[in-house]
Ligand binder design. Structure first.
Ligand SMILES: C[S@@+](CC[C@H](N)C(=O)[O-])C[C@H]1O[C@@H](n2cnc3c(N)ncnc32)[C@H](O)[C@@H]1O
Length: 233
């Protein structure tokens, strides 16, 4: 599959959706939950605020944000693929008091009003966009002045580093075989391909500053395997 091809990416996540949460837990040993909790805590979403979860997938981050913005706030979860959104909406039915609104759309062209969000998160989405720099520009456009955003994803490492060797080992020897057992070999082989065209942390910071953010910093998690880009408008 060609990384960044929007139609193929949508198809991929539609296919993965029924096993996505289970595989995420298994392949990260549940750690993705901790990274997402840390991300939310660091961004300090508050009651009454409007937050966006772009590339929301099955909606776990949107739900975590939904708990923080009550009462009076709202979280819009946006994803390009219908199947993950169907799962997000099922989850929402189990906690109908959360102020969540899931809708299908493109994170590069959300159609939402400028400066309408107090905060934005994007987890494992930026790497999948046809143009990650354009994704950062859209986040900057959507945030109100003073708003904050957090982007969580795999960390692009220098090819010759030990951490990159571990990452390749993890992706090739653990992720792909486990996903293959679930019938999703090609879909998870795409992960390594998508990482090859993903900007590293310092490039993300540069792109963010060029996109109009007043502050941007990138920090790594789990010995450099994951990265979080924290942004202020
Ligand atoms: C790896 S999943 C991450 C889902 C969720 N944020 C999480 O952390 O579990 C990536 C998601 O990005 C969505 N996506 C990819 N390209 C997109 C785009 N241009 N606009 C909106 N969503 C997109 C996919 O459909 C998929 O659900």
């Amino acid at each position: 599959m060609k990384p960044g091809d929007p139609a193929a990416v949508e198809q991929l996540f539609d296919a993965v959706a029924p096993r996505y949460d289970q595989l995420n837990d298994l392949l990260s040993l549940g750690l993705h939950r901790q990274w997402k909790r840390q991300l939310v805590r660091s961004l300090k979403p508050a009651a009454g605020e409007t937050w966006l979860d772009l590339c929301c997938g099955t909606g776990d981050l949107a739900m975590a944000l939904g708990r923080c913005v009550r009462p009076g706030g709202v979280v819009i979860g946006l994803d390009a693929a219908a199947e993950p959104l169907a799962i997000a909406r099922q989850r929402q039915q189990l906690q109908p008091w959360l102020p969540l609104n899931f809708s299908q759309g493109d994170a590069l062209d959300t159609g939402l009003p400028a400066a309408s969000a107090d905060g934005i998160v994007m987890a494992y989405g930026l790497r999948n966009l046809a143009d990650p720099a354009a994704g950062l520009k859209e986040i900057a456009r959507l945030l109100r002045p003073g708003g904050r955003a957090g982007v969580l994803d795999f960390n692009r490492l220098p090819d010759d580093s030990t951490a990159a060797s571990f990452q390749r080992f993890y992706l090739r020897r653990l992720v792909v075989p486990i996903a293959a057992a679930a019938g999703l070999r090609d879909q998870y082989a795409y992960l390594e391909q998508s990482l090859k065209r993903f900007p590293d942390g310092s490039s993300q910071v540069r792109l963010a500053l060029e996109s109009g953010f007043s502050a941007a910093r990138h920090r790594s998690l789990m010995s450099g395997q994951m990265g979080v880009l924290v942004l202020e408008r």
